[in-house]
Design a protein. Structure first.
Length: 257
């Protein structure tokens, strides 16, 4: 059965979003610095491999999964380019064609040091199921880098306040939003308190949090140079995480023994 992203040019989508891409790289690199040793890493919903160059040198073995056959075709091509660029004979990678919900049958329990789940959880029907599956595949004291679309980002809070909804930030239920990119997919924005609760319920402790893409404004991106925006973004990620300001929240969590 074709996956939703089989009919969507995801690689081209990201070519127009360099600020958002680099903002996520900043967050991921800051988390990788906190993880001492990574033997096996799994990137779930990796797509065409957008984030692979960020971490490929940190893990001895990499597992890349995605439900889209067309994304995995692009991924294989991009891995070959990465190997050629860095003069590598062959990276130790395993590619799995599967939905996140089916990975419990494809990856052994307690074998992964780090799982990366970026721009995935907003598409799944049951986020707790995915977190349980990830908890099962991680080793004791393994790590999870989780990204989710933030329901109570600054713009959303102001917009709902102006509509008279003064209790909007306190409502922890997910908010379903429409996306023009792919109408066949669910797209849910989650409350940070809900994600925190799901993580703690499933044997995770939160190590660090980042507020990401804090300057996602077409006007600012048009008139300010990218290096300046990213310099500012690096500091805002730490400062604004307490306010849960950004449209995207990144969490580094550690599985309790």
């Amino acid at each position: 059965m074709p996956a939703a992203y089989d009919n969507f040019d995801y690689q081209n989508y990201w070519q127009k979003r360099d600020y958002e891409h680099q903002s996520e790289i900043i967050a991921i690199k800051s988390f990788l610095e906190k993880i001492p040793n990574i033997k096996t890493l799994a990137d779930i919903g990796c797509g065409y491999g957008r984030l692979v160059p960020t971490y490929f040198h940190r893990a001895k073995r990499i597992i890349l999964t995605d439900p889209s056959a067309s994304e995995l075709r692009d991924l294989r091509q991009n891995i070959k380019k990465l190997e050629a660029k860095h003069n590598l004979k062959k990276t130790n990678t395993r590619i799995i064609h599967a939905k996140a919900e089916n990975l419990k049958n494809k990856i052994y329990k307690n074998t992964i040091d780090l799982v990366i789940l970026v721009r995935v959880i907003h598409h799944v029907q049951d986020p707790e199921e995915i977190i349980k599956i990830i908890s099962g595949m991680l080793k004791k004291d393994g790590y999870l880098i989780l990204e989710f679309a933030n329901k109570i980002h600054g713009k959303a809070v102001i917009k709902n306040f102006l509509k008279g909804d003064l209790v909007y930030p306190a409502n922890i239920l997910p908010k379903q939003v429409n996306q023009n990119t792919n109408s066949a997919l669910n797209f849910n924005n989650y409350h940070p308190d809900m994600i925190k609760e799901l993580l703690q319920k499933n044997k995770f402790e939160i190590v660090a949090v980042r507020s990401v893409s804090n300057i996602r404004s077409q006007t600012l991106k048009k008139h300010l140079p990218l290096p300046f925006l990213l310099w500012l973004e690096k500091y805002l990620q730490v400062i604004l995480c307490q306010l849960k300001f950004g449209p995207s929240i990144f969490i580094l969590a550690k599985k309790r023994g």
